[in-house]
Design a protein around this ligand. Structure first.
Ligand code: ZN
Length: 413
């Protein structure tokens, strides 16, 4: 998680790309439709994956002319990419470029199921750098800054991806590597002890390791303070994965939702049952179509939950904002309502350890298990905030599952 110290803007330009980020809505829609037609045509002519899906749905590229035609195009999920890579080794046939047209390869993290390949062409990587620069600019990163990250490298590709972005912005990028061992953490800290780092890109678990190593070493350099990561943090950045649009958007100010790079992506929030768009402010499934790429994804269902906001933002950017509400697999359905961990997190201390209990069949009551001694009125507050009856079970400290990277907030029973 990036955390900022001593940022001195090298330039006071308001946006990274003013023309793109403040484009009038009607011009933006026209641009999206032009790029949608192009992406659909390329995918149909240039890939087996999309051509077969379009043919099966009885759609010709000429049928897709405007955003209103989008619902006719079938959606797909990550599992379809896994299967496609297995059926058409080595990297599947869902890309136009193929291996020889690409300049970089990485593996998706694959937290669930077999990892898939990410491939970037020169153009697609440059495009990610443009979109990433818009995100970083909103977060205060400026050319001339020194930025350190501890993202994993090699086949994971995260380190190379973030470094390409910072370098393209004119920043000095220092990749420390994940502090996987005491030696690794100490070697990294010794190297940077006298370097005035302006910005850190560290996940909390990595920062914790570095701080432990710093204490042992008597390290005299800087390290960020552990940041209290609250629930609305997840509203401030949004990604559709390295394989689609890694740097999709960020918030102009905390909690406002992430401005989407809509000139290069169409983002939908859909009712999973009907496939229809849900109104602004309501939760729906996050479906994305990437635009302007050599290798586009057409209606990729991220299996995540978002809500969209179309009201103009007073920062001057014209794009819609997205609020990332959580993973679809973390939905607990209570009385037909979707409850997600963030709903509980909003009502408890930021560092509280809690889980939502998901029974085998949908229940009329939500059970929340929380460590320590929760406030006496917590059940009432949760019931009022979420709109379904909530039962709170207090458990001793250290009882709930811990994860080094992403918290596990739902348990199935
Ligand atoms: Zn804004």
């Amino acid at each position: 998680m990036p955390s900022s110290t001593d940022i001195t803007p090298a330039t006071d330009r308001r946006y990274w790309n003013e023309e793109a980020q403040t484009m009038p809505r009607d011009a933006l829609r026209a641009l999206q439709e032009e790029r949608l037609r192009e992406a659909v045509g390329r995918a149909y002519e240039g890939t087996g994956f999309f051509r077969r899906r379009f043919d099966a749905a009885g759609i010709r590229p000429d049928d897709v002319k405007t955003l209103d035609d989008l619902p006719r195009i079938p959606r797909f999920q990550k599992q379809a990419l896994r299967e496609n890579e297995a059926e058409h080794p080595p990297v599947g046939d869902y890309r136009v470029s193929g291996l020889r047209g690409a300049i970089r390869l990485a593996m998706s993290t694959g937290t669930t199921g077999r990892p898939t390949f990410s491939l970037w062409t020169r153009h697609d990587l440059a495009l990610e750098c443009e979109l990433g620069a818009r995100m970083q600019w909103r977060l205060g990163i400026r050319p001339g800054m020194i930025v350190a990250n501890a993202h994993p490298g090699y086949l994971n590709g995260g380190q190379a991806f973030i470094s390409a972005l910072y370098e393209s912005m004119g920043c000095l990028s220092i990749s420390l590597g994940p502090p996987e061992s005491v030696d690794a953490a100490e070697t990294a800290l010794r190297a940077i002890e006298h370097i005035p780092i302006d910005h850190w890109g560290l996940f909390p678990a990595a920062l914790h390791r570095f701080r432990e190593a710093a204490a042992r070493l008597g390290y005299q350099g800087t390290l960020p303070e552990p940041e209290e990561i609250g629930p609305t943090y997840q509203y401030d950045r949004i990604s559709a994965g390295q394989e689609c649009v890694g740097f999709l958007g960020s918030a102009c100010s905390p909690g406002r939702g992430s401005h989407l790079a809509e000139d290069y992506a169409i983002v939908e929030a859909l009712d999973p049952a009907t496939g229809a768009p849900v109104p602004d402010g309501q939760r729906g499934y996050f479906v994305i179509t990437s635009l302007g790429r050599d290798n586009s994804m057409i209606r990729y269902d991220m299996e995540d939950v978002i809500r969209l906001e179309s009201e103009p933002c007073d920062c001057g950017e014209t794009s819609r904002r997205a609020f990332w509400e959580g993973r679809g697999k973390d939905i607990v359905e209570v009385q037909g309502r979707w409850v997600l961990p963030i709903d509980v997190w909003m009502e408890v201390p930021a560092d509280a350890e809690f889980v939502l209990v998901r029974p085998a069949s949908p229940a009329d009551v939500l059970t929340v298990r929380i460590e320590g001694t929760p406030a006496g009125d917590l059940a009432d507050r949760l019931t009022a905030a979420i709109g379904v009856p909530v039962v709170v079970e207090a458990v001793p400290d250290g009882t709930l599952p811990r994860s080094a990277y992403k918290a596990q907030r739902v348990v199935d029973e």
